[in-house]
Design a protein around this ligand. Structure first.
Ligand code: ISE
Length: 332
C-alpha cells in the first residue's frame, strides 16, 4: 500500500477521541477518514473538528469504501457485531478490550476470522507496547535472570463511577493483567481465584473493591494481582517479576523527582490515557504499519478470546469465592 491508510474510528468517548487525535496528529502512514457513534452530536463535533465524515451507524462506517481499516473503541457489548462486520468486509481492525463480553461470542469472532482465511484483528492490550514492559519481556525471553517464577501486579485507578460493577474490575481492569502474564510467561492461565477482601468505605454500595486475584500458570508459576479501582491516589500500574536470579519491576514512576519544602516525590497520573500515552502511540503506529503490509502483529483475536475465557472464570470465582479452572475452547 502506498497511499496513507484511511482509518475510521468507531466510538467517540475518551478512548475513541484520543485515537482519532493520535491518527490525525502523531502517526505516520495514516489519515482519519471518518468517525461513527450513535451519539451523533459528539460524533458530528469530532468529525467537524477534523474535517471528516460522521456516521451514526458504525456498520455503515465499516462498509464504506473510503475507509480502509477500523479502530473499535465502542463499548464491549457491541464489539462482536462490529468485528464480524469488519471480517465480512475484509477490513483490519484494532479493537479495544475486551474482545467481546463472553467466551462464546469471542469464539464466534475467532472462528469467523479463521473461516475468512486472513488474520485481521488486533486487540488493544497496549501494555505489550509499553517500553518498560517490553524491556521486562526481553529480559525474560533472553533468560538473563533464569526462569520466571512469579509475577505480582498492582492495578489501581483513582476512582470509578457508581455504575462500575464488581465484575467490571475483572472484565475491564484485570483483563490487562490476564493478557500481560500470558504474554510474559508465554503460557496459558489454568486457574483463577478472585478474593473479596473487606471493601474500602469509599467503594460504592455493594462494590467489591479492592479485589485480589490469584492465577496459576500452565507451567506451575503463580501470579498475584491487586485490583483497586477507587484508590483515591491516581492511576498506578506496577508489575514485579520474580525470576531465579533476580527480579524486574515495571511502573515505579520514571518522572522527575522533586525535592522542595521538606518533601520529596514525583507525580502520579490521573488515568491510563496519561500513563500509557506512549504505549498507545506505539500500539496504533505499529497497527498502521502492519495493516499497510497486510499483517497482524501484537495481541490477536485468539489472545482476546483467551483473556475473555479467563475473565469469565474470574467473574464466576468473584461470585463464589472459589478457584475456577480455565480451559480454552477448541476452535474450528
Ligand atoms: C479501563 O477500561 C482500561 O482499559 C484501563 O487500562 C484500566 O486500567 C482501567 O482499570 C479500565 O477501567
Amino acid at each position: 500500500m502506498t497511499n496513507p491508510l484511511r482509518v475510521g474510528v468507531i466510538g467517540v468517548g475518551k478512548m475513541g477521541a484520543d485515537h482519532a487525535d493520535r491518527v490525525t496528529s502523531s502517526l505516520g502512514g495514516a489519515v482519519l477518514a471518518a468517525v461513527a457513534d450513535p451519539d451523533t452530536t459528539t460524533a458530528e463535533q469530532l468529525a467537524t473538528a477534523y474535517g471528516v465524515r460522521a456516521f451514526a451507524d458504525p456498520l455503515a462506517l465499516i462498509a464504506d469504501e473510503d475507509v480502509d481499516a477500523v479502530i473499535i473503541a465502542s463499548p464491549g457489548f457491541v464489539h462482536e457485531e462490529q468485528l464480524l462486520a469488519c471480517i465480512d468486509a475484509g477490513k483490519y481492525a484494532l479493537c479495544e478490550k475486551p474482545l467481546t463480553m463472553d467466551a462464546e461470542s469471542s469464539r464466534r469472532v475467532v472462528e469467523a476470522e479463521r473461516a475468512g482465511g486472513t488474520p485481521l484483528i488486533q486487540v488493544g492490550f497496549m501494555r505489550r507496547f509499553d517500553p518498560e514492559y517490553l524491556e521486562m519481556k526481553r529480559h525474560i525471553d533472553d533468560d538473563d535472570f533464569g526462569r520466571l517464577l512469579l509475577v505480582h501486579n498492582v492495578h489501581r485507578n483513582k476512582a470509578v463511577p457508581t455504575d462500575f460493577l464488581s465484575e467490571m474490575a475483572v472484565r475491564d481492569s484485570l483483563v490487562h493483567e490476564v493478557d500481560t502474564v500470558r504474554w510474559l510467561f508465554g503460557q496459558e492461565i489454568t486457574e483463577i481465584t478472585v478474593h473479596s477482601p473487606a471493601p474500602s468505605s469509599l467503594a460504592h454500595d455493594g462494590m467489591v473493591d479492592p479485589q485480589i486475584a490469584i492465577f496459576k500458570m500452565a507451567g506451575g508459576g503463580m501470579v498475584t494481582n491487586e485490583v483497586f479501582v477507587n484508590c483515591q491516589v491516581g492511576y498506578e500500574v506496577r508489575c514485579e517479576a520474580t525470576l531465579e536470579h533476580g527480579s524486574l519491576t515495571v511502573g515505579l514512576g520514571g518522572g522527575t523527582l522533586i525535592r522542595s519544602q521538606n518533601r520529596w516525590g514525583g507525580s502520579i497520573p490521573d488515568d491510563f490515557r496519561v500513563r500509557f500515552a506512549d504505549a498507545y502511540d506505539r500500539e496504533v503506529q505499529s497497527w498502521v504499519g502492519a495493516t499497510r503490509r497486510g499483517e497482524v502483529v501484537g495481541p490477536t483475536a485468539w489472545d482476546g478470546l483467551a483473556s475473555t475465557v479467563v475473565c469469565t472464570a474470574g467473574m464466576e470465582s468473584l461470585a463464589s469465592g472459589r478457584p475456577v479452572s480455565v480451559s480454552l475452547p477448541e476452535v474450528e
